[in-house]
Write a protein that binds this ligand. Structure first.
Ligand SMILES: [Zn+2]
Length: 366
């Protein structure tokens, strides 16, 4: 049952939050060589929090859980590089030469780059080392990026703890987002994979199998890769078709189904640009059937709302009512559920679209 204050529906699940997100201020990024203003900036987190508070949500502060939850899903050398990156950038004098306040790669260790010289030498400078892990030039590192990315993982893991301790659901209102961050790479505005860390933590807390259902407009290539060969965590995503020219371009096709122990535990449902509520919701129903067939005992939702019709970052056409219906569908599983924020860049509507999903869920969840 929903509790109501006047005409306002109050969210029952806690919103896990951290102020540490503000340290991540990339001030845009380089897209096709051109510096553009970004839409994944501190304002986005604060707008989301204010809209949630305005709707009467209960905010819970995320504890500092240290590096372990990050290392549970990412390679240590990659994590260490992101930890050192900005300080080494400053120490190398790059604030004045060439006059760049953010860590940005200029050389990329693409496959085959050093194939004839293996084992390749460790790069001697951070401006090269970061190219071992960066997948684009849009995902810059500022002074507080590492701490903010860790804090987003901590909030997502804390939400998992709340659910493992008995709450039916919890929502991690985090940035930077995470689902494009893989075992040893970052990109697409993502540094560490919050949803993956949350799912991994649910496994550690005793849920034998976990489903990650990703309704962000873009496929979560990082999450897919982290669990690609594992059968205990299902990755199931609906997203705009990469074959139509959309990020992450190289990944997210329907024939990607996992391998080894993970064969059949990856499901991709790409949709054409312009897709609206009806087909999008039908795809979500298909994802949820897969979660049931997988025997999932807990659910992590990669909750991007950039499939919205007015979002600047995707061509999908989902309405507010569509998001409400998606939440209701997610609630029908009746599973302990952790929502982890991913994309969503139409700031005036960000909080309300998230609330549509969460309210829809609570109206239906047993
Ligand atoms: Zn997205």
């Amino acid at each position: 049952m929903q509790s109501r204050v006047g005409r306002v529906t109050v969210l029952r699940m806690p919103v896990v939050w951290t102020d540490r997100h503000r340290g991540h201020a990339p001030e845009g990024g380089y897209w096709m060589g051109v510096r553009l203003a970004g839409d994944e900036e501190p304002e986005r987190g604060d707008v989301l929090r204010d809209q949630l508070l305005g709707a009467g949500a209960t905010i819970v502060s995320a504890p500092d859980l240290g590096p372990d939850p990050v290392l549970a899903v990412h390679d240590a050398a990659f994590v260490d590089c992101l930890r050192r990156a900005h300080a080494e950038w400053v120490a190398a004098g790059h604030l004045s030469e060439p006059g760049q306040p953010h860590v940005v790669p200029y050389i990329f260790a693409t496959p085959g780059f050093s194939a004839r010289a293996r084992p390749s030498r460790p790069p001697a400078s951070i401006r090269a080392e970061i190219g071992l892990y960066a997948t684009d030039t849009m995902t810059l590192i500022s002074d507080g990026t590492y701490r903010a990315a860790c804090a987003a993982v901590h909030a997502s893991v804390h939400a998992a703890d709340l659910v493992a301790d008995g709450l039916p659901a919890a929502y991690a209102a985090v940035r930077p987002p995470g689902h494009h961050a893989g075992p040893a790479y970052f990109g697409g505005s993502c540094y560490f994979n919050n949803a993956a860390a949350s799912a991994q933590h649910l496994r550690a807390r005793g849920f034998a199998s976990v489903a990650i259902v990703d309704i962000d407009a873009h496929q979560g290539n990082g999450t897919q890769e982290i669990f690609w060969s594992r059968g205990d965590v299902l990755y199931a995503s609906v997203h705009v078709d990469p074959a139509a020219g959309w990020y992450p371009h190289f990944v997210g096709y329907a024939d990607e189904i996992g391998e080894g122990d993970g064969l059949g535990a990856t499901l991709n449902l790409p949709l054409p640009p312009g897709t609206g509520d009806h087909e999008w919701l039908a795809a979500i129903e298909q994802l949820l059937r897969a979660a049931q067939q997988h025997g999932s005992e807990a659910l992590v939702v990669s909750l991007g709302v950039d499939a919205a019709a007015d979002d600047p970052e995707s061509p999908l056409r989902v309405t507010a009512g569509g998001f409400r219906a998606a939440g209701a569908l997610l609630g029908t599983l009746g599973l302990p559920t952790v929502f982890v924020q991913e994309g969503g860049y139409d700031l005036p509507r960000l909080g309300s679209l998230v609330l549509e999903v969460l309210h829809g869920f609570e109206e239906r969840h047993g």
